[in-house]
Design a binder for this molecule. Structure first.
Ligand SMILES: Cc1cc2nc3c(=O)[nH]c(=O)nc-3n(C[C@H](O)[C@H](O)[C@H](O)COP(=O)(O)O)c2cc1C
Length: 220
């Protein structure tokens, strides 16, 4: 039963935050206060996790905050660039003999190539890069849990006036020994995902979305 106190005003506040959420990919140089990042992480911890998959281990989720001023961020950015290069080459080799991939993966392939040349967007381009690690379980639903966690973080960041974008390439580095060394986790123990945060340089206009009626079919 939802308490009456969290209906009405809170409901409208939630709508305001949901509508204000955007992918923000350009940031000012101003560093958001540490307390804001802690509040955003608290929101991420509140998100659902796959309790049945990981058991009653409360150490199911970890957050690694790397600020732009940290020399570690340069190392992580190099690791990401290198990994993008490897994945780009692998994909191009597969695409050479696979017409389906040639058609479907062209955009992703270009993106990987760009990451390999210029670095991964969000790692070094924002005041904070945050890696979120979710303990592996059975069934393997860690990326779903991470999506819930990141969405909570995104909404909280929006409520605090911060810009946020997903850095989903982070997932491709979960087995990287160098990155796991920096994070001090064992490769293979966690799935990863990540995000970049800071104050937005500008806020994009309201994005277009389908109307509820167009996206919904009521099955009688
Ligand atoms: C699974 C998933 C992965 C995404 N990965 C990235 C990413 O790595 N980098 C990025 O800038 N945006 C990423 N996005 C954000 C989408 O591009 C974005 O949500 C979409 O363009 C709509 O824009 P909006 O977030 O401003 O509403 C991702 C979104 C989803 C759902």
């Amino acid at each position: 039963m939802i308490e009456p106190s969290i209906t009405g005003e809170c409901n409208r506040a939630l709508d305001t935050i949901l509508e204000a959420r955007r992918s923000i990919r350009a940031f000012t140089d101003e560093i958001p206060p540490r307390e804001f990042i802690e509040e955003i992480i608290a929101a991420g911890i509140l998100a659902p996790y796959a309790a049945q998959a990981v058991g009653d281990d409360l150490d199911f989720r970890k957050f690694f905050v790397i600020s732009k001023s940290s020399p570690r961020l340069k190392e992580v950015a190099e690791i990401a660039k290198r990994r993008a290069g490897v994945l780009s080459e692998q994909l191009q080799t597969q695409m050479a003999t696979n017409p389906y991939l040639q058609k479907k993966a062209a955009g992703f392939s270009q993106r990987l190539e760009l990451f390999a040349k210029r670095g991964v967007l969000g790692i070094g381009t924002a005041p904070y890069y945050v890696v979120v690690a979710e303990r592996k379980g059975i069934p393997p639903v860690e990326q779903q849990s991470l999506a819930h966690c990141l969405q909570n973080m995104w909404l909280k960041a929006t409520a605090l006036g911060l810009g946020f974008h997903l850095v989903s390439f982070t997932a491709q580095m979960a087995e990287d020994g160098d990155l796991c060394g920096i994070l001090d986790i064992r490769p293979g123990e966690f799935e990863l995902n990540g995000c970049a945060m800071g104050y937005p340089k500008s806020v994009p206009p309201k994005p277009s979305r389908p109307a509820v009626n167009d996206a919904t079919r009521w099955i009688e």
